[in-house]
Design a protein around this ligand. Structure first.
Ligand code: FAD
Length: 481
């Protein structure tokens, strides 16, 4: 690292402080991972997040090599009252993993995963991606319930809940969390589990990055694959209404081995898809069966006969391939993203007709809308058993808006916000905090999503573990006064 004059760094109150060179040097010398500043090699690569619309410039980036570096960085930020951002996988749509002029604590060197095949558990470091985790667990034909895009960070995903193909059978990621190592605001490494710091353990399961930096998670893993069955016929959007009804009815009766999502999309302009269909609006009644392959293939037949698909990707597929299947369509940096979600009351005729009509006007061919069915194991956990909140919702709808040209940002964001507002009449309120748009509504979004009893409890836990709100760049909960 080259050394120049002192460094001006943003503070938590919105001001700034001048750190003298000696102080910064001493901090850097105390890190094994490294400290990067504007102008240093790797600065741009380090600061840029997955969402191409985010362009934040921290004054300092710490690349942490382990818990000791995390402790050093948290102590440094607290002592100097610095604005602090924590980066796990960098996928957070709201872009809170970086900050302008503050300290960015980056965990991307900490991607280790150790699997205990006898106990069927996996110990996963705080900067690991889903791809890192699936690769190691699949050595033993195991998988931790998590999300559906391999480049997503385990940490942000799991701290917000963690929806994915296994959630009806095994629950959310947080429902399979055994323990976590957390560096709290006082710079101490604490273990959080049902028996140690149980209040912290409760808060971590849905309360996001409010309580500290998770340096590692221990999850339960389950037999999965190596092959699973995918049902993914791309039907023309003309068939949207019957396909959605058929998928809804299918999933009502489907065994819990089925994970599912219904997609509105446009056939990607990608050589993998026939050129004559590129850009055509389509719907995909997508389901994934984790279990006996022959039985899975037989069970999906009703969803394959709703018409003549434009493209059909159905069939047995390796779990790790399935988990990477969407990666090319949600590339890091090359697109801009505004992803916002909403809970749905149901998929009655009125809601179906409303969604089908509105989806026809999605302004970008990159965008997809996704409906996920809740239910099964994830809904057998009580609303107050974890911080996540409501578990009785039948469906989650995500408006995953994406565009390539920055000039189209306003149009896409505005249309998503309008759609989100109009869909409120089909919603009991609340959303999935891992898809919060830019979280522009502040903590009202958290309250509405976790419920007021859970919010009060989170605020009390926040006051205990982070009384000065050091960890504020997240779905923030204010410490109870
Ligand atoms: C392409 C894509 C696909 C997705 N698919 C799914 C899905 O299938 N299921 C699902 O549930 N969600 C999904 N998500 C949403 C995803 O869970 C959130 O965006 C999540 O925040 C990503 O975590 P991250 O660590 O990559 O993000 P980051 O941007 O690094 O972190 C987000 C926030 O989490 C906190 N944080 C991160 N790491 C730590 C840590 N180690 N300790 C403490 N706090 C930390 C920080 O507050 C940070 O601001 C998807 C997102 C994208 C972009």
């Amino acid at each position: 690292m080259t050394v120049a004059a002192g460094v001006r760094v943003a503070t938590r109150d919105g001001g700034a402080t001048e750190l003298d060179e000696q102080t910064v040097q001493a901090f850097a010398a105390n890190l094994r991972g490294g400290l990067v500043r504007p102008g240093d090699p790797g600065y741009d690569e380090g600061r840029l997040l997955w969402n191409g619309i985010m362009d934040k410039r921290p004054a300092l980036i710490t690349h942490c090599s382990g818990a000791a570096d995390v402790i050093a960085a948290v102590n440094f930020a607290r002592t100097h009252d610095l604005l602090l951002a924590v980066r796990g996988g960098g996928h957070g749509v709201a872009g809170r993993a970086a900050c302008d002029d503050g300290l960015m604590l980056d965990l991307s060197l900490m991607r280790g995963v150790r699997v205990d095949p006898r106990a069927q558990t996996a110990r996963v470091q705080g900067g690991a991606t889903l791809g890192d985790m699936d690769r190691e667990t699949q050595v033993f034909n195991l998988a931790v319930p998590s999300g559906v895009v391999s480049s997503t960070g385990v940490a942000g995903l799991a701290l917000g809940g963690g929806t994915g193909w296994q959630m009806r059978k095994r629950g959310l990621s947080i429902d399979n969390l055994v323990s976590a190592d957390v560096v709290t605001a006082d710079g101490e490494l604490k273990i959080a589990s049902q028996t140690e710091n149980p209040d912290l353990f409760w808060g971590l399961r849905g309360g996001g990055g409010n309580f500290g930096v998770v340096t590692s998670f221990e999850f339960r893993a389950y037999p999965v694959g190596p092959m699973v069955v995918l049902c993914a016929p791309f039907y023309s959007a003309d068939l949207a209404a019957p396909a959605l009804r058929a998928w809804r009815d299918f999933m009502r009766e489907a065994p819990e081995e089925f994970g599912a999502s219904f997609l509105w999309w446009s056939v990607p302009a990608n050589p993998y898809f026939p050129a004559e269909h590129h850009g055509k609006k389509c719907v995909i009644p997508l389901v994934v069966y984790v279990g006996d392959l022959a039985r899975g293939q037989q069970l999906i037949q009703p969803l394959l006969s709703l018409g003549t698909p434009l493209v059909d990707l159905s069939g047995p597929i390796p779990w790790t391939v399935l988990q990477g299947m969407f990666d090319p369509f949600v590339p890091r940096r090359n697109l801009q993203y505004y992803w916002k979600s909403i809970y749905l009351n149901g998929l009655g005729d009125e809601a179906v007709d409303f969604l089908v009509e509105r989806a026809a006007a999605i302004p970008s061919t990159y965008t997809y809308w996704v409906i996920l069915p809740f239910g099964g194991a994830m809904s057998r956990v009580g609303a107050e058993d974890t911080a996540f909140g409501r578990r009785d919702i039948p469906y989650l709808l995500e408006f995953d808006s994406m565009w390539a040209n920055p000039d189209e940002a306003e149009r896409n964001i505005e249309s998503t916000r309008r759609m989100w507002a109009e869909t409120q009449r089909h919603s009991p309120g609340g959303l999935y905090l891992n898809f919060p748009g830019f979280a522009e509504e502040g903590d009202s979004l958290v309250r509405a999503s976790v419920g007021s009893a859970n919010y009060q409890r989170l605020a009390a836990i926040k006051a205990k573990y982070d009384p000065t709100n050091l960890f504020r760049l997240n779905m923030n909960v204010k410490p109870q006064e």
